[in-house]
Design a protein around this ligand. Structure first.
Ligand code: PLP
Length: 445
């Protein structure tokens, strides 16, 4: 789409915009932000069963209207901030288009994501590329896009001094942001805590030197950045977030004299309630803590959530193909596996699961182990999970699958990746077809 700049927030005929939302205060249903959370139980069973019939199994379903609601609710809680969507959560073109239409920027973790965001029509002044140990091909691609004018206003965020040198060698003297290592992490799993991991960002006491090096190479230092990890849920996480933001604020104030900072980016990691009993994130509390901790800085706040915008907008539909009674448990074999949705296998993550077929038809409840078809013991979605008694052919929905679902899918065991259907304005369409066996083998020479 190319008309997005004309139709950004407020021109979509609904009369809603960030400005109208200001002062509405509460997240709730204000300003089209929808409910704070969409639970798996809230999805309409008939719609999901129709989608399964139309697009096969396993299939991801993503509701773009819900993505927009999540954006609007977040933007209302951070009225002065720019919201950049962390593309790695779900890099489907339709997601970029919907969020671009809402006015979001995009935070890219690779040159590939930069290309996909630009292809979807996101203007380059809202595209940030965060170079984490960037492979040469990534820098080549990004600098070429910048040189050609395709991405003239893109911002590159560096987390190592030698990335500055590698950019300079390629002739880059555009917009640059310095990622600092805040020395404090947060997250639902140690594997996603980046804040205190030496891999990410430059040590705080080196940040100014890196900026100086970049300035001498002719680059325009416009921002500082930090990201603590993924998953601010509870008070402890919020404390870590506060500490992280305060440290970034200090760095920004140090920069102030020498550099004309446009923004201070405090990263993503806004949590979502994966368990049905988890309370939704208190966005206003996070926003207040962020503002307080940042202190006085003469630059725009940037937040870059991934999961928060897309997680509850997605479900994974999968057929039950085996029901096996064992002395310990009922084993439910489904046709999705760790190759379709990797989070449970990698992080031990909890995802809600619902038997969509068995809605209100009086079936009993079983406690089941839900497993996929992959020859790995880690190929398990849930253990001891209460579910409406399953019958072969039932359709299960796995919730909160909109973030880090398809993006982490693989072809292990020669499993073609699933289809993706999107819902928008109440109608469904196929956004990405299912892979075929020949898609996989076609690369062989
Ligand atoms: C992954 C990542 C994010 C988004 O994390 P979420 O938990 O999905 O919000 C934001 N910024 C950076 C630099 C990231 O690597």
């Amino acid at each position: 789409m190319s008309e997005e700049s004309a139709s950004r927030t407020g021109d979509d005929g609904t009369g809603e915009s960030g400005a109208v939302c200001d002062g509405a205060g509460e997240s709730g249903a204000a300003c089209d932000g929808g409910p704070e959370v969409r639970r798996l139980a809230d999805w309409d069973a008939d719609t999901l069963l129709d989608l399964r019939r139309q697009y096969g199994s396993p299939s991801y379903v993503l509701d773009l209207d819900r993505v927009r609601e999540n954006y609007r609710r977040l933007a209302a809680a951070f009225p002065d901030a720019a919201v950049h969507y962390a593309a790695k959560a779900n890099a489907l073109g339709d997601v970029f288009e919907a969020l671009d239409d809402e006015g979001a920027g995009v935070e890219c973790a690779s040159a590939g994501e930069v290309v996909r965001a630009l292809d979807a029509g996101v203007p380059s002044d809202r595209v940030h590329y965060t170079a984490v140990n960037p492979p040469a091909v990534d820098l080549d691609t990004v600098v070429e896009l910048w040189t050609d004018g395709v991405a003239a206003d893109l911002t590159v965020t560096v987390g190592a001094e030698d990335t500055v040198a590698r950019l300079a060698t390629r002739g880059y003297d555009g917009r640059l942001c310095v990622r600092v290592n805040p020395g404090v992490g947060a997250g639902h799993h140690e594997k996603v805590q980046t804040g205190a991991n030496a891999k990410f960002g430059v040590p705080r006491d080196r940040a100014l030197d890196v900026a100086e090096t970049a300035t001498q190479a002719g680059m325009d230092v416009v921002g500082v950045h930090a990201h603590a990890g993924s998953g601010i849920h509870d008070a402890d996480d919020l404390d870590a977030h506060r500490e992280m933001v305060a440290r970034v604020g200090d760095v920004a104030r140090e920069f102030d004299a020498a550099h004309d900072l446009e923004f201070v980016d405090v990263g993503g990691g806004l949590g979502v309630p994966y368990r049905e009993a988890d309370a939704p994130l208190d966005l206003d509390a996070v926003a207040d803590a962020t503002r307080d901790a940042l202190g006085d800085v003469d630059a725009q706040l940037v937040v870059e959530p991934g999961r928060y915008l897309v997680a509850d907008a997605g479900v994974l539909l999968t057929d039950v193909n085996t029901v096996k009674e064992t002395p310990d448990t009922t084993v439910l074999g489904v046709d999705a596996g760790m190759t379709t949705l990797a989070r449970p296998a990698i992080y031990g993550s909890y995802h809600p699961i619902r038997n969509v077929t068995a809605g209100g038809d009086g079936r009993g409840e079983v406690r089941a182990t839900v497993t996929g078809p992959i020859c790995e013991s880690s190929d398990v979605f849930a253990e001891d999970r209460p579910l409406a008694e399953p019958v072969r052919g039932d359709v299960l929905a796995i919730g909160n699958a909109g973030a880090y679902g398809y993006e982490m899918a693989s072809n292990y065991n020669t499993r073609p990746r699933p289809a993706t259907a999107v819902l928008e304005d109440g109608s469904a369409s196929l956004a990405r077809r299912r892979e075929t066996l020949s898609d996989i083998t076609t690369l062989e020479l």
